[in-house]
Design a protein around this ligand. Structure first.
Ligand SMILES: Nc1ncnc2c1ncn2[C@@H]1O[C@H](COP(=O)(O)OP(=O)(O)OP(=O)(O)O)[C@@H](O)[C@H]1O
Ligand SMILES: [Mg+2]
Length: 377
């Protein structure tokens, strides 16, 4: 059942009791607000009190912007719903409340983050807020450590593995982050002038071996609940509040993938602000801040903690490098870079990003502290 602006009202009315949000006689109004690629997202509000609203997300059994010829299992919303439950258990302040989930229709009704902006837009505008970093560092530290294999009994770990065996979405990420950007592939595109750099990368055997190793870690390592798509477009902010959304890629995997993606998107922003050293130095502090809060919140037996965090850091650095590279030469680019108007400046920035991404991938085992990471910028 695919909802639209009209049928969604009937759908909510019929489930008013289970959802428990609107009054039974409320007149509801809907508006499509989703700007994403995969799913439909609506805001529905009470006509008499427009600030009284929910967000309804529905996953069609295909990729929204491409249409029914491009199938994608709608159970991706089951993983989003399950992860929202765990997030609400361990870090409720950092996610929207989930009011209702319907697995048949692949619909989540959740708290409307009204007045929140995408973190990416703030970074593009040069706004780097320390409390956002603390909150996301805290969110990751809590969720990763509370679900970490060494912190839970084996039955619980098995349950996580089973509940988050999100294999279709995981293999999409594996292809689009670790493989397709580094081969001839129809979805790749990049700025004119990068041809030589791309060719060099695609024939760099040492790099390609690292990319395969990181892909293998991504696919096989099962350590904790990983959001799987934690870029700066998956975080919404307002004042000192930051909320994580869009966890349809959630899987039980290498938790460093979240840190890596998050850092990579800050690093992309760093390079985009070449002419603003103040913003750049704030982004450097932000990267350090995320890690410091993360390690503080990462609860684990001290005899294991240092070693575990070392391993997570190394993986995070490698994943960050891969994410930076694929955002320049793969299928999905970021607005932070795409919005740079002056062609020559954009090309220069992209060349620097490629260099830094390759450096992170190749040197990840030699980068042992977050300070070394930031100093190498
Ligand atoms: N709970 C919410 N409150 C307010 N706005 C929201 C909420 N959830 C999503 N949005 C808005 O809808 C947009 C799309 O949401 P979301 O990223 O979950 O959809 P998606 O289709 O999965 O996106 P993508 O194609 O990037 O995976 C967000 O960028 C945000 O602007
Ligand atoms: Mg999504």
């Amino acid at each position: 059942m695919e909802l639209n602006r009209e049928t969604i009202l009937q759908y909510l009315h019929e489930r008013q009791f289970e959802i428990g949000f609107f009054d039974s006689d409320a007149e509801l109004i809907s508006k499509e607000i989703g700007d994403g690629n995969l799913n439909f997202v609506y805001r529905v509000y009470d006509a008499a009190r427009p600030t009284y609203s929910v967000v309804v997300k529905q996953a069609p059994p295909y990729i929204k912007i491409l249409g029914p010829d491009y199938p994608l299992p709608s159970d991706r919303l089951t993983y989003e719903s399950r992860s929202l439950e765990i997030y609400n258990q361990f870090a409720s302040q950092a996610v929207p409340t989930q009011h209702y989930f319907d697995s048949n229709a692949a619909v989540i009704v959740m708290e409307d983050l009204r007045g929140y902006r995408l973190l990416r837009d703030d970074l593009i505008a040069g706004i780097v807020d320390k409390t956002v970093l603390e909150q996301i560092g805290c969110f990751m530290g809590r969720v990763h450590s509370q679900t970490y294999t060494d912190n839970v009994d084996s039955a619980t770990a098995d349950k996580y593995r089973e509940n988050f065996a999100n294999s279709v979405m995981q293999s999409i990420t594996a292809d689009y982050v670790f493989t397709f950007p580094f081969m001839e592939h129809e979805t790749n595109f990049y700025t004119d002038g990068l041809e030589l750099d791309v060719k060099r990368l695609k024939t760099d055997d040492v790099f390609l071996q690292h990319a395969r190793n990181l892909r293998s870690i991504f696919v096989t390592e099962q350590h904790g609940l990983t959001h799987g798509d934690l870029h700066t477009g998956s975080v919404m902010v307002k004042g000192d509040s930051a909320k994580v959304i869009d966890s349809e890629f959630a899987f039980y995997g290498p938790v460093g993938f979240d840190i890596g993606l998050f850092w990579a998107n800050y690093l992309l922003s760093y390079f985009s602000h070449t002419e603003n050293t103040d913003v750049q130095s704030k982004i450097k502090s932000a990267i350090i801040q995320t890690w410091e809060t993360y390690t503080e919140e990462f609860k684990m037996d001290p005899s294991l903690k240092v070693r575990t965090l070392h391993a997570i850091l190394r993986e995070s650095v490698g994943f960050a490098g891969m994410e930076m590279l694929r955002r320049i030469i793969g299928a999905a680019h970021v607005r932070d870079i795409e919005s740079i108007q002056e062609k020559k400046r954009k090309l220069g920035i992209e060349i620097d990003i490629l260099k830094f991404g390759i450096y992170l991938v190749k040197e990840r085992k030699n980068i042992t502290t977050v300070y070394e990471l930031v100093e190498s910028l």
